[in-house]
Design a protein around this ligand. Structure first.
Ligand code: ADP
Ligand code: 5GP
Length: 186
């Protein structure tokens, strides 16, 4: 059976990747969303099984041992990983799927599925705007904010390997650009 496209969206934390991914999924109900597993605490408004599968460290480590993950990374002191059971919803049904993963996760997806993956990197207009957005989101304390910002240089460097780059300055314009990419590749 032919498979759809595996579209990975990555960005430094606070760039707007989740906001953009949700807008694209709302425009394209034919695209599935890969619900990742994580050990980070649930945020206000998040739903277990929809935004993430929120696992304990032990549960996550058991998933690693069982071979239940396509890829996983330790990010900001927590585990995040793509479940085989999620990706099979696309692979087994010829559907396209979107992944909200970090840069390393996106590159792992490309290594596993070189012909079928498309990597989109969302860039901030500049660091000041990024810091402002992260602070305004009100999900981080001083320590977790610092951890997220410390990772930005590595993320911007790895972003050079992505297939497409979109600067998220004006949100509607960024969504429109990602939408153009998605329409082109589907
Ligand atoms: P990420 O998933 O990349 O960490 P989010 O989607 O959570 O980022 O966005 C971070 C914050 O910035 C959210 O509060 C979101 O509403 C806001 N945001 C996203 N894009 C823009 C934009 N273009 N202009 C202003 N605020 C934005
Ligand atoms: P957040 O805590 O802000 O939801 O996510 C932190 C980072 O983890 C983001 O870069 C997000 O894309 C990434 N992430 C979420 N799920 C996965 C996953 O399954 N695998 C990898 N490698 N990264 C993930």
């Amino acid at each position: 059976m032919s498979i759809g496209k595996l579209i990975a969206i990555s960005a430094p934390s606070g760039c707007g990747k989740t906001t953009i991914a949700k807008a694209i999924l709302a425009k394209h109900p034919e695209i599935l969303f890969s619900v990742s597993a994580t050990t980070r605490p649930i945020r206000n408004g998040e739903v277990n099984g929809k935004d993430y599968f929120f696992l304990t460290k032990l549960e996550f480590e058991n998933r690693i041992k069982d071979g239940g993950l396509v890829e996983w990374e330790e990010i900001y002191g927590n585990y995040y990983g793509t479940l085989k059971s999620e990706i099979h919803k696309a692979l087994d049904n010829g559907r396209s799927m979107m992944f909200d993963v970090d840069v390393k996760g996106a590159l792992s997806i490309r290594r596993n599925f070189p012909k079928d993956s498309v990597l989109v990197f969302i860039e901030p207009p500049d660091m000041e705007v990024l810091i402002e957005r992260l602070k305004n989101r009100k999900t981080e304390n001083a320590e977790t904010l610092k951890r997220r910002l410390d990772r930005v240089p590595m993320e911007l460097e790895q972003g050079s390997q992505f297939d497409f780059k979109v600067v998220n300055d004006d949100l509607d314009a960024a969504i429109a650009q990602v939408d153009e990419i998605v329409k082109k590749i589907l």
